[in-house]
Ligand binder design. Structure first.
Ligand code: NG1
Length: 412
């Protein structure tokens, strides 16, 4: 667990803890960021997604407190230290609200009924913030793992049984809704349920996590950050929540003329693609595009999971391209930077590329032919980063996206 993957943020969090509190931490919670390979803006419709965990993530070094308080600093520039009393309603816009959400999720799910201890903590991360790589959910989950640790519910190296982990992911997703955007449970599910070397085909109705092996001789994924933040506490968050409402409204209207059981999953299962496309055509703009994206993305996600299993990188790449086009044209969550980056990735020889995460800023995932990664990185630096004044994108803007393992409690 203390391999190369998390070494940097873990060491930085431990150092920051010692500097701030003058003693050694008792443990470190690590929560990975994620790249969503495909299945974008569909989790909140209950439809399947196909993300993988990154080796980059958030480390939280901690020591138990006897009271119900949390004091936590972060090495991330521009963020103040937070102090909060657990049990108080999560508030404010600082990262303290994510730690409060973690405590609220544990409370609602009855995870530590007899223990209420808080912690002193220090966070360090090697994930770019607001880059569509789920840094906020990683803070929530690192906070929850730290609380499970100080309350004796989890010991270092121990993992919860799969069924319990799934329930924890849903409890934390619900709690994060209280302090952030109205997304689905993709981020919390992959962060807790990731399997190294695999993408996770996640279904929500019914709840299921199916690991799909990623054959490194055929599939090599890179993440490229556009340099423009997707700030969910500002405009991007408002647009995100508007999309959630629009998918619900579109569903309500479609329901008037298409008979089916409840919800998007049943709608997609019970009606052929052609029928769903004509249903989209009957909706007023912009609901027609929103609906079209959701139902076609459901088809692409199912196809992509099969292509991954079959080792068909060419077909997988084509679904990435089609997904981006749908997010750009029908869902309107791309930006000129993301479009330029996708275009540059394809010109550099990627088999396919698309925005990943919520869009509205953030990052692109691209599928590189194995062995071509260095050339693609160099090409993107030349075509995209240098003209924008970013001379050394490696590590901060260009990340290797080899599928990694789940959140964990590590010994200090
Ligand atoms: P990011 O990109 O991390 O903000 C958000 C939602 C996901 C999902 C994607 C779009 C949260 C915590 N995250 O992710 O659930 O809806 O957008 O596919 O709500």
């Amino acid at each position: 667990m203390r391999g190369t993957a998390h070494t940097r943020p873990v060491a930085a969090a431990e150092r920051a803890f010692r500097e701030r509190f003058g003693r050694a931490p008792e443990g470190v919670a690590f929560a990975p960021g994620r790249v969503n390979l495909i299945g974008e803006h569909v989790d909140y419709c209950g439809l399947p997604v196909l993300p993988a965990a990154l080796s980059h993530g958030v480390a939280l070094a901690f020591a138990a407190r006897r009271d119900e308080r949390v004091r936590c600093r972060t090495t991330e520039p521009g963020f103040e230290e937070v102090a909060l009393t657990l049990g108080d309603a999560p508030a404010g816009t600082g990262f303290g609200r994510y730690l409060a959400a973690a405590a609220a999720g544990l409370e609602t799910g009855g995870w530590t009924p007899d223990a209420r201890a808080g912690f002193d903590g220090a966070i360090a991360s090697d994930l770019p913030v607001a880059a569509g790589l789920s840094s906020s959910s990683a803070v929530v989950i690192a906070g929850a793992v730290a609380l499970l640790g100080v309350r004796g519910r989890l010991t270092p190296g121990e993992t919860l049984p799969r069924a319990e982990t799934m329930r924890l992911a849903l409890d934390l997703a619900e709690a994060e809704h209280g302090v952030a955007i109205q997304g689905g449970a993709m981020d919390q599910s992959i962060c807790l349920g990731a399997v190294s070397g695999h993408a996770l085909h996640i279904t929500f109705e019914p709840s299921g996590w199916n690991p799909v092996p990623v054959d490194p001789s055929r599939f090599s994924f890179l993440v490229a950050y556009s340099g423009r933040r997707a700030d969910k506490a500002a405009a991007a968050g408002r647009i995100f929540d508007e999309r959630v409402r629009q998918t619900r409204e579109a569903y309500r209207l479609v329901r008037e003329f298409l008979p089916h059981a409840d919800g998007y999953p049943a709608l997609v299962a019970n009606h052929p693609a052609e029928e769903l496309r004509s249903a989209a055509d009957r909706l007023p703009a912009p609901l027609d595009g929103r609906f079209r994206h959701v139902v076609t993305e459901a088809g692409r996600t199912a196809a992509a999971a099969r292509h991954l299993e079959d080792g068909d990188a060419t077909a997988f790449g084509e679904t990435l391209d089609a997904s981006h086009e749908s997010l750009r044209r029908d869902y309107e969550v791309s930006t000129p930077e993301l479009d330029a980056l996708v275009e540059a990735a394809r010109s550099a020889g990627a088999r396919g590329a698309r925005l990943t995460g919520a869009g509205l800023g953030g990052s692109v995932v691209l599928l590189a032919p194995p062995g071509r990664e260095a050339a693609i990185r160099a090409d993107l630096t030349e075509r995209y980063y240098l003209p924008r004044g970013i001379p050394a994108p490696a590590g901060t803007h260009l990340l290797d996206a080899t599928p990694s393992g789940p959140a964990a409690l590590l010994p200090a």
